[in-house]
Write a protein that binds this ligand. Structure first.
Ligand SMILES: N[C@@H](CCC(=O)N[C@@H](CS)C(=O)NCC(=O)O)C(=O)O
Length: 400
């Protein structure tokens, strides 16, 4: 039986732990004090609880645990008024189920240890865990702490809030590289999204901020806006290389392929990188090592993510009406893009790439170390030659 002060102390430890963990573990951790409190209060009013559970007649596994616990407590309080009340309800103290005290520590403790394990400095050094550096955010430091979470960080120039492997983010990076625009990246923790807490209305990535003053959302809108803003004669963009005089159909065509990337190619790529369990692990190995995962959730995310996405591939296929086998669909995309190039060096023409080139290249560069990428390059050599040309032009301009 737990005293009131012991219960309070226990609840505060759980609460503190909950604040320092991921949402997934936070849910279970935050629920723990409630369960404990409810269990403790059940212990205090054992007989009436037992009567309630008994009378409700529920045999569901969810209620079975408190029922067993309550029965045992009830047994220890035998002789009181509560006992008589329970006895009147026809309940007998239960003595046989003795396994729970063993099962809970066996399963519970390793789980909790895994959820809460946060390495100390020495362990970090041993495991060579890199420190996650906060973005350069000079004035945030001076700002009121409460305001800092709701105010856009004061990062100079272009800052890209991203997941390293998100295809939409990779599209923006390809564009920035192609245009020669220096940028900083801020890797967002996909579970907690702490880094974009300040963005109250938009919770997806990519988000771009300019000089900590302006926020741009959505990859295509970001590219459109930046293309207008940063177009200078030095840029690789065909728009600034004498293509202003091109007919509207040129820009319509460019737009058509940019939409094709967002609406079709990214989904075909998705079902390809999770096509087999091995490929799904390969993708998650990359996602979790390059992404901003807290140390103790990285391993969990790798396994659960790989298995989950592998299981989900059929649904993604169905949702986007991809009828062909994943690789066949991918090779078909490669052939479509080859036809779109029409024998030119780039979609934008021999003079240089356009925004369609940047978009297709961005999402393909995101998976360059995965099997799907290699298979596509082998299947459509013209696309490989184009990819290599783009790769040479898109020199990374990331400054952090
Ligand atoms: N249309 C948006 C789509 C962006 C998007 O769906 N981003 C994903 C990551 S790839 C995201 O942030 N999903 C929400 C989440 O992770 O909670 C764009 O082009 O930027």
């Amino acid at each position: 039986m737990m005293s009131a002060s012991a219960r309070r102390a226990f609840a505060s430890v759980w609460k503190k732990a909950a604040l320092e963990t991921t949402p997934v573990s936070s849910v279970s951790v935050a629920a723990a004090p409630l369960l404990m409190r409810s269990f403790a209060s059940k212990c205090h009013s054992a007989a009436s609880t037992v009567v309630t559970t008994r009378v409700s007649g529920s045999g569901s596994p969810g209620l079975w645990i408190p029922r067993v616990m309550a029965r045992r407590t009830f047994a220890s309080e035998a002789g009181g008024a509560a006992t008589q009340q329970a006895a009147a309800a026809g309940l007998r103290p239960r003595r046989k189920r003795k396994l729970w005290p063993l099962i809970f520590p066996t399963l519970g403790i390793p789980t909790i240890a895994l959820c809460f394990y946060a390495p100390d400095e020495k362990t970090k050094e041993m495991l060579q865990i890199p420190e996650v550096k906060p973005p350069v955010a000079h004035s945030v430091v001076e700002k009121d702490a409460a305001a800092a979470t709701t105010t856009m960080p004061d990062i100079e120039g272009v800052a890209l809030y991203q997941y390293e492997v998100c295809p939409f983010c990779c599209k923006v990076k390809a564009f920035l590289d192609l245009y020669g625009i220096p940028y900083r990246t801020v890797e967002v923790d996909p579970l907690r999204k702490t880094e974009i807490k300040w963005s109250s209305d938009y919770k997806k990535v990519p988000i771009v901020t300019i000089d900590g003053k302006q926020q741009l959302n959505d990859s295509s809108a970001i590219i459109d806006e930046l293309a207008e803003r940063y177009a200078t004669p030095k840029c690789m963009s065909p728009r600034t290389k004498g293509m202003f005089g091109k007919p509207q159909s040129f820009f319509d065509e460019e737009q058509k392929w940019r939409s094709w990337v967002d609406k079709w190619l990214v989904h075909v790529i998705t079902i390809n990188i999770y096509r087999t369990l091995g490929e799904s692990y390969q993708a998650f190995e990359y996602i979790t090592t390059s992404g901003n995962f807290p140390f103790h959730t990285r391993e969990i995310a790798r396994h659960t993510g790989a298995i989950f996405m592998y299981g989900l591939r059929g649904r993604i296929k169905k949702k986007h009406s991809i009828d062909a086998e994943p690789r066949e669909a991918l090779y078909a995309c490669g052939k479509e893009w080859k036809d779109a190039l029409d024998g030119q060096a780039f979609h934008g023409g021999d003079a240089g790439p356009d925004l369609a080139d940047a978009s297709v290249f961005g999402v393909l560069r995101a998976i360059r170390d995965m099997d799907a990428h290699g298979d596509l390059m082998n299947a459509v050599p013209e696309v490989k030659a184009w990819f290599d040309r783009m790769d040479a032009l898109c020199v990374p301009r990331r400054v952090n």
